[in-house]
Design a protein around this ligand. Structure first.
Ligand SMILES: [Zn+2]
Length: 99
């Protein structure tokens, strides 16, 4: 039995993930959008890779090359709380913002 893939367009780039992984993953706007059909959003594709990896691995890390403030905005767009970030990257945020 093959795994059904979901195609997601972000910033004109196509991303694929197994439907099972996505639907069993944590709640987010991505999950909501996929339920209502094709996803095609104008957001930065490089940062979306980290959001997708969250569903692939269960861990949310901030891309090394990303501006943390920009990544926080992406998390807000996708309805993913900052508390879901893994400890290593949460520590990076704390260091950077002193929060
Ligand atoms: Zn990390």
């Amino acid at each position: 039995m093959g795994t059904k893939k979901v195609r997601i367009f972000v910033g004109g780039q196509a991303f694929y993930i197994s439907q099972e992984k996505l639907l069993h993953g944590p709640p987010s706007k991505l999950k909501q959008l996929v339920k209502s059909g094709d996803v095609d959003v104008e957001r930065p594709a490089d940062m979306f890779a980290a959001i997708l990896a969250y569903y692939q691995t269960g861990e949310l890390h901030m891309p090394m090359a990303s501006c943390p403030a920009a990544f926080i905005q992406e998390m807000e767009f996708w309805d993913i709380g900052q508390d879901r970030m893994t400890q290593c990257c949460a520590n990076r945020l704390i260091e950077l913002f002193n929060i």
